[in-house]
Design a protein around this ligand. Structure first.
Ligand SMILES: [Zn+2]
Length: 72
């Protein structure tokens, strides 16, 4: 899942984004990757709610349904 976000990431965001884009993420299993994504999105939800709102608005409807789990 690619996110192009226009916001100021905090230190925690930067750490998690680096983890998510690290080569290591390509070899971990799906669950671990999903957990990491969920962790990051949870952080966004609590700390940068305006970002989540922008993402939800911009996601095409179909994609939003697919990925809705991440935003619960
Ligand atoms: Zn943050």
């Amino acid at each position: 899942m690619k996110l192009y976000l226009d916001f100021e990431p905090c230190d925690e965001c930067i750490t998690m984004m680096n983890e998510l884009s690290s080569p290591q993420m390509l070899i971990v299993d799906d669950k671990t990757r999903a957990d990491e994504s969920a962790k990051f999105l949870r952080h966004l939800t609590y700390n940068h709610s305006e970002v989540v709102q922008a993402v939800m608005k911009d996601l095409p409807k179909q994609k939003r349904n697919q990925e809705y789990d991440f935003f619960k």
